[in-house]
Design a protein around this ligand. Structure first.
Ligand code: INI
Length: 158
């Protein structure tokens, strides 16, 4: 039996982070959490690229070329979509999640969905450094694990 598992070290790995300015009161905390986690696990600052976009809807527009360029071992999408009265938020959430999965499947580069879907600002606060932790931090940990596991898969004759 062969078991392949990712490791927790980010040493020598390159990461791209796409983050939305919409709701930046919260997305700045997500970004800080993600960067802290990458650093804490051994990533160097010169191996982290951050790209800002207007809103969560625009995240896939930059993630696709970032995934296709071959530079990054894993990508992280960060945003906060808060439910309004129109259903617009629900559409954005679904579209972004589907696009992120599609980009990862098309390119083979892991793309971690760190977009928070919140009912209100309290929920957004709780998940961007509040009592439910920081989704940016956990997204970065997933990115490290996936970067590591994909590297191992590449080294293995499957
Ligand atoms: N963008 C977000 O990142 N979060 C939101 O909650 C949000 N809402 O609710 O409207 C939002 N809208 C903007 C959207 O992402 C695009 O930037 C805009 O539609 C232009 O394409």
């Amino acid at each position: 039996m062969k078991t392949i598992m990712g490791e927790g070290s980010a040493k020598g790995l390159r990461f791209g982070i796409a983050v939305s300015r919409f709701n930046d009161l919260f997305t700045r905390n997500l970004l800080q959490g993600a960067i802290d986690a990458l650093r804490r696990h051994g990533a160097r600052d010169e191996d982290i690229t951050v790209v800002w976009v207007p809103g969560a809807f625009e995240l896939p527009s930059v993630l696709r070329p970032m995934a296709a360029c071959g530079k990054y071992h894993a990508l992280i999408a960060l945003g906060v979509v808060i439910q309004g009265s129109t259903g617009h938020a629900e559409i954005i959430n679904r579209q972004v999640a589907a696009s992120v999965a599609q980009i990862a499947a098309d390119t083979g580069v892991p793309v971690i969905d760190g977009v928070i879907g919140a009912q209100n600002t309290d929920q957004a606060m709780e998940r961007s450094g509040g009592k439910h932790g920081n989704r940016g931090w956990s997204a970065a940990e997933s990115a490290i694990e996936m970067a590591s596991v994909m590297k191992k898969l590449g080294d293995e004759a499957l």
